[in-house]
Each structure stands twice: as structure tokens, then as C-alpha cells.
Design a protein around this ligand. Structure first.
Ligand code: ADP
Ligand code: ZN
Length: 576
């Protein structure tokens, strides 16, 4: 926009400057008519040799003789001067005529000023139009038949549940002959980075139809009505494309479709209008229009139920975090087309539990960057290791000198306390790394254990998990004495308290409440003292058990803690 504006302005500005300087120049340089005394003017008048007189406001007048010569003389300033001249048949003008150069300059000046004003007005009009316009929403149809389900690893169930949509888009007659209705709207829900956008794009690619991607937040504007008209414009665009079929993908649908809050005073008109426009559009098109709207959200339960009714977004597909075999596939997919050396993919699939696809992608990208920085020809396990620490704990601090030896000691025993309880109590959870190198995330060190993939956590597991969390403080207590325990356990204690409270107040695993749920009871305003007392007893009891466990393994703790101080980082194989 700026460029075009500049281009349109350059010419008028040049003309403006030239005409202005010509005008000024000619005013000072054009030959002045020679002066004649007023008496000789009168003589000429008598001789009827004067054709025109120019009377201006100045104290000089100009006159032209019948032979065309122009002279200047004094203005007599008398009242009947003009009348006298007129009655002797002489033309009287109140302006001395401009010469041709001056005329052109003046025209140039006027035209260029008009041009500049016009350009300015137009650009400001475009600007205001832009913020109101539906065109500002950038929903270009993308067609990329090369982008298919192959670009998405794992998520097999999700792919299966959208296979019929792909079939329908390819061959709608088949479905019509069965009288089958294909969903107009599909909601993909799940954690960020699990591949919702990827799946929507792949459906379009598989079916070979255009893909329109927008985000819910694009529709929420300050001006009421803009969102709604943008929605209509988007569907119009989709309907008018030459293929007739398309996928419309609306990311972050929550921005328009969030549940209305119960104190409805805060409800926003703009969002309601936008949501209504969307619902109207969806109800408005026929199945055989071949438009499928796919929306994505992190949480299904926050959406307005109006969106989820039959005939609207009536198919809900969960895109979950990848399990171990899916992670293996995702890792393989992202390592493809990269120079891969010695990387134990199975191992990495295990280490990355609870990683989303996007996080795995960024881990591998980080490893590639590290390998490149080290000028290694291939990406190796060691690069993955570094990348892993970076993604999990922020950058390892380069300068370790400032860490005092006492701090190192405390951290080493604390972390080994976690490691030992984890190794003994939860042998299925691998302790893949113990380190005393602080990270920018602020931890003095950390122990990385990889939880098993499991759906439920039982009481036994939760208790053991609490022991692992308390293991750090327990080791400090035993090794340095009760007077020298540190603040390092702050976060561990927070997490431990959370588990204890949840066990007793929510999961029905305590005595005080039994199977009752605290949240439900809280409306009755009962006092929580007993619950807190039980939480305390539980944690105290678990703490004692943890200390006992550590005391039984003191030799192991001493040996490994010394090794940790020496090497700063220990891996799985160092802990056997
Ligand atoms: P979402 O829309 O769920 O937030 P995206 O689809 O935008 O997530 O995923 C972000 C990136 O993460 C993708 O571009 C891709 O590189 C990677 N990714 C996520 N899930 C997968 C998967 N299942 N297979 C391969 N790559 C994935
Ligand atoms: Zn700790």
C-alpha cells in the first residue's frame, strides 16, 4: 500500500515544485514594461492610440497601445478615471494578463495539488475500509494434494473417523444413493500441538479439495457486525470456488463459540452475532454443497452447546497425546529427510512420554540445530540428549564456577534422594537422568524420571509418587541433619501436598471424608480442619517411610552422590 501511494505521489510533487519555481522565477525575471510619464499617457489617450488599460490595486497602471506595446505609468487614483477611459472606448481590465509560461505553471500547480489531495483521500479511505472490510480476513484457498494422512503419524483412530468424510468429498453420489448424511461440522479437540490442524489439512489433501484456514480470533473485532459479515464472506468464498467442494478450518473456535457465562451481563454482542452467523451458514448449506467445516479447540467442554447440536458440529473427534508407538512414528517422520546418525528411536519414544507431536518436532529440530552448530555431519543421540535437556529444563547454564561446593553437595544428595526412592519404589519408571546443573528454569538440579503411560493412578502409585517427591528433603534431613534442611524442597512439597489433598478430598482414598467429595460438600460450609489434619498425618507418615527407605540404602546414596558431584550428571546406566 505505502509503495503504491508513493508512486502516485512522486509525479504531482515534481510538477508542483517545477510550476512553483517557474512562477516565482518569471515574476522576478520577466521584462518589466518601460515607464512613461503620466503626461505622455494622456497624450496617447488624446491621440486614441491606447487600446487597453490594466488598473490593478497597486499605485502603477499598465497600458497597451494599439500597436501592442505595453507601458507602465502612475495610477492617478481619481474616482472617475475608469469611467473616462470607458467613455473614450478603451478596454479596462483589472488584471494584467499572464504570459504563456505563467499560465502553464499555474495550471500545473493546480493539477498537482488536486492530485496530491486525491491520492491522500483515497489512501485514507482504503485504510479505514480495510479495518472494516471482510476482505481483510486472509482465507485463501490452499490446494495441496501432496499433503495427506502420511504427513501425520499416529492418531490412527482419528484418521479412521474422518475417512468417510474424505470418501464423501471424493464420491458424494455413493453416499447420496444410500441416503446418508455426512456431517457438516466436525470438531477436533485435544491438547495444543497434537496435530489438529495437520489432520484437517490432510483431509483436504486426501480429498483433493481446497482448504480454507481461519482462526476464531480473526472474527472477534472491536466493531460489532464485522465478525458476522466476515463469516458470511468466508462461506461465500468457499461456495464460489470452482471445485464446489471445500474444507473450511476454524482454529480456536472457542473465540467465537465459548459457553455464555451464567452472569450474562458480560455477554458480548459481537460474539453472539458472529456465532449466530456461523450457525446460520452451517444450517444454510445443503449436504451436497460439499462444504465441510472443521473446527479445533483445546477443550470441548468450554464450547457453547448450541454449536454442538445435531446438524451443526455434530461429530467430535478427540486428538489425544501420542502413546509410545505413535511417538515412535512421529519421531521417524520428523527424522526423515534429515542426516540421521546413531539415534535410538525406540529409546526416544519412551523418553518422550506426554510430549505432543509439536513438542517432538521441536525436540528434533533443536537436535538438528545442535548437530549443525557442532559441525557434525549427522544428528546423533548426544545431540538429542542435549536437545532433550533444553526442551525440558531450559538451557543448561554454561558458567558453573559460581556454584559453591556446599551447594553442589546439598543438590547432589537431594537429587539422589529422589532418584533412590524412584528406583526402589517405582522400578517401572526409568530414571533417565540426574543432574546437579542448574537450569534457567530455576531448579538447583533435577531428576528426570519417565512415568509409565497409564490411564488411572491407584492409591499405591500415588503413595509411592509422594515418597519420590519427599525423597529429596528426606535425604537432606538424614545426611545434613534436621537443622540444615533447605528451601530446595519447596516445589516438591507443593506437589506432594496437592496429591495428598486430592487423595483425601476428591479420590475417596482417605478416612475423614471416606467416599465423599470435598468440592460437593464445600457448599455446606463444613470446616476443613479434619481434612487438613488427615493430609498432614498422611504426608508425615509417608515422610517417615521415605527416610527409612533412604537409611536402608545409605551406602548406595553415598556412592552415587559422590559420583554425581564428580560427574555433575548421571544417566540411567550410571545408576545401576
Ligand atoms: P494443533 O492444531 O493440534 O495445535 P498442529 O497440527 O498445528 O497442532 O501441529 C503442530 C506441529 O506439530 C505440526 O506442524 C507437526 O510438525 C507437529 N505434529 C503434531 N502432531 C503430529 C503428528 N501426529 N504427526 C506428525 N507431526 C505432528
Ligand atoms: Zn526436589
Amino acid at each position: 500500500m505505502e509503495k503504491i501511494k508513493n508512486k502516485f505521489l512522486i509525479l504531482p510533487i515534481i510538477v508542483l515544485v517545477i510550476s512553483l519555481s517557474t512562477l516565482i522565477f518569471s515574476k522576478y525575471t520577466s521584462p518589466k514594461p518601460s515607464y512613461k510619464a503620466y503626461t505622455s499617457f494622456k497624450d496617447e489617450l488624446k491621440l486614441k492610440k491606447i487600446s487597453t488599460v490594466y488598473i490593478t490595486d497597486s499605485n502603477k497602471i499598465k497600458f497597451m497601445l494599439t500597436n501592442g506595446q505595453v507601458y507602465e505609468t502612475d495610477n492617478p487614483g481619481t474616482n472617475n478615471f475608469k469611467e473616462t477611459l470607458l467613455s473614450s472606448n478603451i478596454k479596462v481590465l483589472d488584471q494584467y494578463p499572464l504570459n504563456n509560461i505563467e499560465k502553464f505553471s499555474l495550471i500545473g500547480l493546480l493539477v498537482s495539488i488536486v492530485c496530491i489531495i486525491a491520492t491522500y483521500l483515497r489512501s485514507s479511505k482504503i485504510k479505514t475500509k480495510k479495518s472494516f472490510s471482510v476482505d481483510a480476513i486472509d482465507a485463501k484457498a490452499i490446494e495441496n494434494p501432496d499433503f495427506t494422512f502420511k504427513n501425520m503419524a499416529g492418531n490412527e483412530e482419528a484418521k479412521e473417523s474422518v475417512q468417510d468424510i474424505v470418501d464423501f468429498l471424493i464420491n458424494p453420489e455413493k453416499y447420496k444413493s444410500y441416503g446418508a448424511r455426512i456431517p457438516k461440522g466436525v470438531i477436533l479437540y485435544g491438547e495444543p500441538g497434537t496435530g489438529k490442524t495437520l489432520l484437517a489439512k490432510a483431509i483436504a489433501g486426501e480429498a483433493g479439495v481446497p482448504f480454507y484456514a481461519v482462526s476464531g480470533s480473526d472474527f472477534i473485532q472491536i466493531y460489532v457486525g464485522v465478525g458476522a459479515s466476515r463469516i458470511r464472506q468466508l462461506f461465500k468464498k468457499a461456495r464460489n470456488n470452482k471445485k464446489k467442494k471445500s474444507i473450511i478450518f476454524i482454529d480456536e473456535i472457542d473465540a467465537i463459540g465459548k459457553k455464555r457465562e451464567s452472569g450474562a451481563a458480560s455477554s458480548s454482542d459481537e460474539r453472539d452475532q458472529t456465532l449466530n452467523a456461523l450457525l446460520t451458514e452451517i444450517s444454510g448449506f445443503n449436504e451436497d454443497d460439499g462444504i465441510v467445516v472443521i473446527a479445533a479447540t483445546n477443550r470441548l467442554d468450554t464450547l457453547d452447546p448450541a454449536l454442538l447440536r445435531p446438524g451443526r458440529f455434530d461429530r467430535h473427534i478427540e486428538i489425544s497425546l501420542p502413546d509410545i508407538s505413535a511417538r515412535e512414528k512421529i519421531i521417524k517422520l520428523h527424522l526423515k529427510n534429515k542426516p540421521v546418525g546413531n539415534i535410538n528411536i525406540k529409546d526416544w519414544a519412551q523418553k518422550t512420554s506426554y510430549f505432543s507431536g509439536a513438542k517432538i518436532e521441536s525436540l528434533i529440530n533443536e537436535a538438528a540445530i545442535i548437530a549443525c552448530k557442532e559441525n557434525n555431519t549427522t544428528i546423533e543421540d548426544k545431540h538429542m540428549d542435549k536437545a532433550f535437556s533444553i526442551t525440558l529444563a531450559g538451557y543448561e547454564k554454561k558458567n558453573r564456577d559460581y556454584i559453591k561446593n556446599t551447594d553442589k553437595n546439598i543438590t547432589a544428595y537431594h537429587e539422589m534422594g529422589h532418584a533412590i526412592t524412584s528406583l526402589k519404589m517405582l522400578p517401572n519408571e526409568k530414571v533417565s537422568k540426574v543432574t546437579i546443573i542448574p537450569s534457567t528454569k530455576g531448579a538447583g538440579g533435577y531428576t528426570l524420571s519417565i512415568p509409565e503411560d497409564r490411564l488411572y493412578q491407584n492409591k499405591d502409585y500415588l503413595t509411592k509418587k509422594m515418597m519420590v517427591l519427599l525423597g529429596g528433603r528426606a535425604a537432606e534431613h538424614i545426611v545434613f541433619g534436621p537443622e540444615f534442611i533447605t528451601t530446595g524442597a519447596h516445589n516438591d512439597l507443593k506437589r506432594c501436598t496437592n496429591i495428598a489433598y486430592n487423595m483425601i478430598s476428591r479420590y475417596g482414598m482417605g478416612k475423614t471424608l471416606g467416599l465423599l467429595n470435598m468440592e460437593e460438600l464445600s457448599q455446606l460450609n463444613i470446616n476443613q480442619d479434619n481434612v487438613i489434619k488427615e493430609c498432614k498425618n498422611l504426608v508425615d507418615d509417608i515422610y517417615e517411610r521415605t527416610k527409612k527407605l533412604i537409611l536402608e540404602n545409605m551406602d548406595f546414596l553415598e556412592v552415587k552422590a559422590k559420583k554425581l558431584i564428580e560427574k555433575e550428571t548421571l544417566f540411567e546406566e550410571d545408576l545401576i
